[in-house]
Design a binder for this molecule. Structure first.
Ligand code: AMP
Length: 542
């Protein structure tokens, strides 16, 4: 017997329809590439998203055709999020931090037919447009009078002129909720990048679960600042869950430095901000230098790489902001776990609570996890056993776009490439990426643990731990360190700092001072590049 409930497709267009109707006056504030602050409402976003849909119809773009963006976080990008996917096309957010050759390769692989870009990225588009063989229409996200005359890009349109001549009269179509809605290529640390292709259904379920109180806890009373780029896994789904809840959206545009982010949080009374640790590192340094305090920020979700304990302490103890440590992947839309405490943790001492907060957190509803040993046998949830982490759920990929690399699944589970423990309460903790774990004398050393200790030293701005070949121990850890401006710490001082904080064998053998740690397009440390930089390095006793 079937249930007797109405059957409606879960479609992204319903989010903007809802926001327009129920939170029409809800604000969307953006720092623009032009430098000014732009203010509009969900009602405006809805109207202009419908103009985008009409403009795409005008170009005769078919169902599922790819519309690419090279854009910062801002209202125009948000309009494209809804206008492109809502009308049945696929939004392809290109990562402008990649090398132009790679961007061109990705655009061709995705078979993008339209590219909408912020003027910041004009030099990239100029360099690659002739090589993007499938793109027929180039749209610059500017007013008509700001469009430069001789860019060499054929038929370049101004976004404002393009959508300005369209009516906002448009009926969002209904179609199968399993249709593709957007796509995002993975950082591609090995081989060519591969794309996760999200569906309307997966995006909607992800936004619903992500908004729950024990996940990101989004509400109409929030002012949300996604510092995490809209070109990186849909800004962790925040544009969708904000529309779903009517939360005010605040977009930083291209100004990602500590000062600009802090000022935006203050001026727009932001209550909730989301970003990777490197961004917060810059903002905390700015606040520390100026002895500044937040007046409205209540919580921040930090993910993308492990959040160092020193950062949790700074946010929590110094600035009174709750840190939600979160973990996920491009292949997971991206939310997998969020670290929120349970009742049993509340009476704990600050040190015990910190141990919990450092974990990547509990699986949110919809994400199932398990850890397995080298033979694929499931390991216990005891907080000690660690193994390869596998996941499954309705917003986790089943295969990559165009079937690239064959099925990534193992018995229906997606192997994340992360190594983790899971405790009896279901809190997962990443110890490493499988390829970053260091094996010394048969014992595993977590590079994250080694980095976290260095990061707690007041003179250290950033630290990356890698394993170096060792004749006796197989591998030994060394730590590459960038010091804070005007601060100094010697090799011996830093190694001494480890004493009593970790087992002796986990103390790195050496410290290498570097000007910068190589970062990838999404702000993650690129250990392969660091290894390349240090290829002539020899351990002191090797
Ligand atoms: P991406 O697909 O570029 O978002 O990268 C996903 C990978 O980032 C994961 O598989 C993890 O290795 C890493 N990652 C994401 N969040 C965290 C976190 N909170 N702690 C440690 N590693 C993380």
């Amino acid at each position: 017997m079937l249930g007797l409930m109405q059957s409606h497709q879960l479609l992204i267009s319903s989010l903007i329809e809802f926001a327009e109707r129920h939170h029409g006056e809800g604000e969307v504030v953006s720092r623009r590439v032009e430098g000014d602050i732009h203010r509009c409402t969900y009602k405006d976003v809805g109207q202009r998203a419908r103009q985008v849909a009409n403009a795409l119809d005008d170009l005769k773009l078919g169902f599922s055709e790819r519309v690419a963006t090279l854009a910062w976080n801002g209202y125009r990008h948000l309009e494209l999020y809804f206008g492109v996917s809502g009308s049945g096309r696929v939004l392809h957010t290109l990562n402008p931090r990649l090398h132009p050759d790679q961007i061109a390769w990705i655009a061709n692989h995705a078979e993008d037919t339209v590219l909408c870009f912020d003027m910041t990225f004009l030099p990239i588009v100029k360099a690659i447009h002739s090589r993007c063989t499938t793109i027929k229409h180039f749209v610059a996200l500017v007013d008509a009078d700001k469009l430069p005359a001789d860019t060499g890009i054929p038929g370049l349109l101004s976004y404002e002129a393009w959508i300005g001549k369209q009516s906002s009269n448009y009926q969002w179509p209904s179609f199968d909720e399993n249709s593709a809605s957007s796509m995002c290529y993975t950082s591609g640390t090995t081989g060519n990048p591969k794309a996760a292709l999200y569906s309307h259904r997966s995006t909607m379920l992800h936004a619903l679960s992500g908004a729950l109180p024990d996940a990101l806890s989004m509400s109409a009373r929030d002012a949300v600042l996604p510092v995490v780029p809209m070109f990186h896994v849909n800004a962790w789904g925040l544009p969708y869950s904000a529309a779903m809840t009517g939360a005010k959206l605040v977009f930083p545009g291209p100004a990602m430095d500590g000062k600009s982010i802090f000022e935006l949080i203050e001026s727009e009374r932001v209550t909730f901000a989301a970003g990777v640790p490197t961004v917060w590192q810059m903002m905390l340094a700015h606040m520390q230098a100026g002895d500044l305090r937040f007046s409205t920020l209540k919580r921040t979700v930090i993910g993308g790489s492990a959040c160092p304990p020193a950062m949790i302490t700074a946010f929590n103890d110094v600035y009174g902001v709750e840190v939600l440590h979160a973990w996920g992947m491009t292949e997971m839309s991206p939310l997998g776990t969020v670290c929120t405490l349970k009742n049993k943790h509340l009476p704990m001492t600050p040190e015990e609570k910190m141990k919990v907060r450092l974990k990547q957190g509990r699986g949110i509803f919809g994400v199932d996890m398990k850890i397995v040993d080298d033979e694929g046998h499931e390991l216990p949830w005891d907080g000690k056993a660690y193994g390869d982490l596998l996941v499954k759920g309705p917003w986790i990929i089943s295969e990559y776009f165009k079937g690239e690399g064959g099925s990534p699944l193992v018995d229906g589970w997606f192997p994340t490439g992360d190594v983790a423990t899971i405790d009896a309460d279901g809190y997962m903790q990443i110890t490493d990426r499988s390829k970053d774990v260091i094996k010394s004398g048969g014992e595993w050393i977590s590079s994250i643990d080694v980095e976290n200790i260095a990061m707690a030293h007041p003179a250290v701005a950033m630290a990356a731990c890698i394993g170096m070949k060792h004749p006796k121990w197989d591998e030994r850890p060394i730590i590459a360190v960038v010091t804070k401006p005007g601060c100094e710490v010697s090799r011996d001082e830093l190694l001494k700092f480890y004493e009593g904080k970790t087992a002796k064998f986990q103390i790195p053998d050496d410290v290498v001072f570097v000007d910068a740690i190589p970062l990838g397009g999404t702000g993650k440390m690129q250990k392969s590049k660091l290894r390349e930089l240090l290829k002539d390095y020899k351990l002191p006793d090797a």
